[in-house]
Design a protein around this ligand. Structure first.
Ligand code: ATP
Ligand code: MG
Length: 434
């Protein structure tokens, strides 16, 4: 479909769609589109094509995609001012943190800053700290990339390294998010960028969120903090960050809010992208270090255990796997096996530790991070099985080499890479900003 749009207007396209500006002058988030460039808009995303000189578009629309025209430029003037303030700062590397609630335009604002900086020949890196709606790395990770060409969607960048947090919401893993940000922040600096743009998750309202965000910003110690807000929802957070240079920017009014289901399906596109060409790899457990997770019952922190035979007697069976960890005992039993609560209590009395009983099969579907021996992140996979008898781990992943360390998250995917609940009780509680 062809469509002509006059200068001064903006074409808003809701994906899945692809758009080429065949003639005229068009900008997407601060970058000028070349006439040969086809821009793909994912499902759940909306892209604004700001027409600077009357343009002809070639548009292909997928299912449920739509196009509309808006008057003027939908990029708020406060974004332009924010960029001017950023570019006036001389320190290098310059670090900018972007804060905002879910669907406020954080990713788009980062994209806009990055494109503007690239047009000034700056060396730019993005550190993506939003694990629930990650743009750069796989879902449930923090990741960074250096950006050398203008981008319409940060999703198309290739991550240089990622840190697996293993959950979709920071409220469940604050320490891990901090650890990941600190370590990648250090690493990104060794690339010598002029500017590091740091995106964050959308958990910003309420006392816990404010405490977390303050801790996060203090740790990153940025030169400038951008706060995207519709009205004044970030004021309590801004007030507690008074020692930083803070700039408030507007959330574009043309943003389309996404439901929790939509956000989940956007994450699923992320799993699909990262698991393209995946196969089931079988790896002997003896080659691997497995980081603690009670759903696998396997752990690198296993200790010697002298009372095993007494406990097997109590259980009336030899479990598939038995491990005593620092703070608990993991017992893996067959799918149809059962241990009554009295027996569990007795084992707890003997060991003076909490007993976790895992049924074989419960590990199936766990989102898994794969690392090499130096703990460099290789990619993600989905755990298919731990075969305790043959001592083999089966994981669905495109990574075929160098896997030495495996860490499982608290997210489960079915065979179609759709998220399914891991622990039933977690579905109904907790903060959902992912
Ligand atoms: N100026 C704009 N005009 C039209 N659409 C916009 C504009 N800015 C952002 N959008 C679109 O609105 C949607 C939400 O924006 P964006 O993804 O940047 O928000 P976010 O805060 O990063 O959201 P999330 O919490 O999901 O990470 C996106 O589809 C984006 O492309
Ligand atoms: Mg985002």
């Amino acid at each position: 479909m062809n469509r002509t749009v006059e200068s001064g207007k903006t074409l808003l396209v809701d994906g899945p769609a692809s758009v080429t500006a065949v003639s005229g002058k068009v900008e997407v988030f601060g970058s000028v589109l070349r006439s040969t460039r086809k821009v793909v808009i994912r499902e759940g995303k909306r892209l604004p094509f700001a027409v600077k000189e009357t343009a002809m578009f070639d548009i292909s629309l997928g299912e449920n995609a739509s196009v509309e025209e808006a008057d003027g430029n939908t990029i708020p003037s406060s974004w332009t001012k924010a960029y001017e303030e950023l570019s006036s700062l001389q320190m290098r590397p310059l670090t900018a943190v972007v804060l905002g609630t879910v669907d406020s335009g954080k990713t788009s604002f980062c994209t806009y800053l990055i494109n503007k900086l690239l047009s000034e020949k700056q060396r730019v890196a993005i550190l993506d700290g939003d694990l629930g709606q990650s743009d750069v790395g796989p879902p449930c990770t923090i990741a960074y990339a250096s950006v050398t060409k203008p981008v319409a969607d940060l999703f198309n960048l290739e991550a240089k390294n990622a840190f697996f947090v293993g959950v979709t919401s920071p409220s469940k893993a604050i320490d891990k998010v901090m650890e990941g940000l600190a370590s990648l922040r250090k690493e990104v600096t060794t690339d010598n960028p002029d500017i590091i743009v740091i995106n964050t998750d959308g958990w910003v309202e309420g006392e816990d969120a404010i405490n977390y965000k303050v801790q996060l910003v203090e740790q990153l110690d940025p030169d400038i903090v951008f706060c995207i807000q519709q009205k004044d929802e970030l004021v309590p957070l801004l007030d507690t960050l008074e020692k930083f240079r803070r700039v408030s920017v507007d959330s574009p009014s043309t943003i389309r809010q996404r439901s929790r289901e939509k956000r989940r399906s956007m994450r699923e596109l992320g799993y699909i992208k990262c698991l393209r060409n995946a196969k089931v790899q079988s790896i002997p457990l003896s080659w691997l270090k497995i980081e603690a997770n009670e759903l696998t019952g396997l752990s690198i922190t296993r200790e010697n255990f002298g009372q095993a035979s007494r406990i097997y007697e109590l259980l009336g069976m030899k479990p598939l796997h038995f491990a005593e960890l620092r703070d608990k005992v993991c017992i893996v039993i067959g799918k149809r096996r059962w241990i009554n609560t009295d027996t569990i209590k007795k084992v707890e009395e003997i060991t003076k530790k909490k007993v976790v009983v895992v049924r074989k099969g419960e590990e199936q579907g766990l989102l898994t991070a794969l690392y090499d021996a130096e703990r460099k992140f290789l990619g993600i996979g989905v755990l298919r099985e731990i075969d305790y008898k043959r001592r083999v781990l089966k994981v669905y992943t495109p990574i075929s080499k160098d896997i030495s360390i495996v860490a499982t998250g608290r997210v489960k995917l079915d065979k179609n890479l759709r998220e399914i609940p891991v622990f039933a009780e977690e579905e109904s509680t907790g903060f959902h900003n992912a």
